[in-house]
Design a protein around this ligand. Structure first.
Ligand SMILES: [Fe+2]
Ligand SMILES: [Fe+2]
Length: 204
């Protein structure tokens, strides 16, 4: 593991909490009365963030925790991710003007809020108890894997945020990715390109 990246990376549990906080903030910004463009931008951005987050948990966090402590919630966590993916798939088939768009997004929101509440009250404290000496290393592994998963989707992430909230969203979007170590781990030229790409998308 790259030592520089290891030092920059938060613990895996802090990283998961930051991802949750980012998605909850985006949920609060969704309004049924917003324009279709804004709604779609927000939904696209949230969907990518959730898909990457769920994959990271399934590949790195859940197996590490399951190796030392298998709880009932661990058994339902992946099926809950699958239900989340099903709802995201439904949203992608709908247009933001469709009558079912808001209803489906609220269903996704409700599902994710309950899942996150269980993770934050059960899984994260358990991990901090039984994986205390591995949290930093697992965080670094998660940062490395996030780069691999997010790199081909940066256009979707930046574009969705920019459409949802205009150019000002780039600050929030960049902040969210900084928090998860994505932009920090990019070369300086890449970071500037990411911001420029989002600015162009916001102007379209
Ligand atoms: Fe999860
Ligand atoms: Fe989570």
């Amino acid at each position: 593991m790259n030592t520089f990246l290891s030092k920059l990376s938060p613990s895996i549990t802090d990283m998961i909490r930051m991802d949750h906080a980012h998605v909850m903030t985006a949920f609060h910004q969704y309004e049924a009365g917003s324009s279709p463009r804004v709604k779609k931008g927000l939904v696209d951005s949230v969907s990518v963030a959730l898909e990457i987050h769920a994959q990271l948990e399934e590949e790195i966090f859940y197996p590490a925790l399951r190796a030392v402590e298998d709880t009932d919630f661990m058994k339902k966590s992946v099926p809950e991710h699958d239900e989340m993916r099903r709802l995201i798939g439904q949203l992608r088939k709908l247009e933001p003007g469709d009558a079912k768009y808001d209803e489906t997004f609220y269903e996704l929101m409700n599902h994710v809020i309950h899942h996150v509440a269980d993770e934050e009250t059960l899984l994260l404290p358990a991990a901090e108890r039984v994986l205390a000496d591995q949290l930093g290393e697992l965080g670094a592994r998660m940062t490395k894997r996030r780069l691999q998963l997010a790199a081909p989707r940066t256009g979707e992430i930046a574009g969705g945020m920019a459409r949802a909230m205009g150019p000002g969203a780039l600050v929030a979007g960049a902040g969210a990715l900084l928090a998860c170590g994505y932009l920090l781990a990019r070369p300086r030229g890449d970071r500037a390109a990411w911001v420029r790409r989002g600015q162009k998308t916001a102007q379209r």
